[in-house]
Unconditional design. Structure first.
Length: 118
């Protein structure tokens, strides 16, 4: 199994930047892809971005494309989400998720709060 731990959330003003990290441990060799999801109060969890572990191809939600960048450091078994030009509507709990030996996201972190003030 893979365990994921997020860090890097916080409070930032609109237009600012934050970088989230997702450290993986356990059977990291089984990771096929890593993604970030977010959930705002009263809303459903939504997809933000995904990176495939082998070929580094990425996918982004339309709402963050051009502002957020997903990446990973294979040597550190860590994924990142660089968030620039943050907007109040980006306020949410951000979750890291991994595809571990499966095409389903079967590993989840505990979440990290991102709050963007206007």
């Amino acid at each position: 199994q893979v365990q994921l731990v997020e860090s890097g959330g916080g409070l930032v003003q609109a237009g600012g930047s934050l970088r989230l990290s997702c450290a993986a441990s356990g059977r990291t060799s089984s990771i096929l892809a890593m993604a970030w999801f977010r959930q705002a109060p009263g809303k459903e969890r939504e997809f933000v971005a995904q990176i495939f572990w082998d070929n580094l191809s990425t996918v982004y939600a339309a709402s963050v494309k051009g502002r957020f960048t997903i990446s990973r450091d294979n040597a550190k078994n860590t994924g990142y989400l660089q968030m620039n030009d943050l907007k109040p509507e980006d306020t949410a709990v951000y979750y890291c998720a991994g595809q571990s030996g499966s095409l389903q996201y079967n590993a989840w972190g505990q979440g990290t709060q991102v709050t963007v003030s206007s």
